[in-house]
Design a protein around this ligand. Structure first.
Ligand code: DC
Length: 224
């Protein structure tokens, strides 16, 4: 059987989609494209310019006019890809807590989704790609060859995020992280436009009782 040309991985925040996608893309020699960075980039640009994330019209105009480039990583500093706007590398800015807190709001806007989904689709249709997000198998690339939906309980996802932060030597409150995960789940899965859900033809994997290696081995076997 040939390898899937377009592979999509959707699922809730902190379910391990990016680590899995990155590893698969490396193994297959494919482009890894984490579509969440585009929503994060728009959110960061709105906040940086002093804009209001509740101003749907203003945020949408910005999303329609900004060119966000997502490229293979230029530095070995833990990044999955470079996020470039104009001449600026905003990769780490897109990971700031204020972006985490506001990105679900920005990604709920219909016009923002349409603007970014068409950029994502164009890149995805080139093929040889592992694309990660919330609506890739359902809306952006419904024709994908292999669709994975990676799930885990909110507690498990918050625990993994907490452990990552502590491992970096930073401070964190587990309860705050859990509350943030739950809030984003609620917004992502109840929004009116392309809410988070598994495609009918997706393979659903719950990773509560599986470690990252086990999930990877399983999906890698599915690909081959
Ligand atoms: O995966 P992430 O945490 O980087 O995603 C950031 C936000 O963007 C999150 O609120 C969900 C949203 N998102 C989306 O709505 N559709 C996508 N394809 C990717 C991300």
């Amino acid at each position: 059987m040939p390898l899937p040309n377009i592979l999509t991985i959707d699922g809730p925040a902190a379910s391990g989609k990016s680590s899995l996608g990155r590893r698969l893309a490396d193994a297959l020699g494919y482009l890894f494209f984490d579509t969440g960075v585009m929503y994060r980039a728009v959110t960061w640009l709105v906040l940086k310019s002093g804009g209001d994330v509740n101003d749907e019209f203003g945020v949408t105009v910005l999303a329609e006019n900004v060119l966000i480039d997502v490229r293979p990583p230029s530095k070995a500093d833990g990044r999955a890809c470079d996020v470039i706007v104009g001449r600026n590398d905003i990769t780490w800015e897109t990971r700031r807590p204020e972006v985490d807190a506001n990105v679900s709001q920005v990604s709920a806007y219909k016009g923002v989704r349409e603007a970014l989904a068409s950029q994502q689709r164009r890149i995805g249709l080139r093929g040889r790609v592992v694309m990660v997000g919330r609506d890739i198998g359902t809306v952006v690339l419904p024709e994908a060859d292999l669709k994975i939906y990676l799930d885990a309980s909110a507690e498990q996802r918050a625990r993994r995020r907490y452990d990552e932060i502590i491992a970096r030597g930073e401070e964190a409150s587990f309860d705050e992280i859990l509350a943030g995960v739950r809030m984003r789940d609620e917004i992502d899965s109840t929004r009116a436009f392309s809410p988070l859900k598994a495609a009918e033809d997706a393979i659903i994997i719950n990773s509560d009782r599986l470690d990252a290696d086990e999930v990877y081995q399983y999906v890698e076997a599915l690909c081959r």
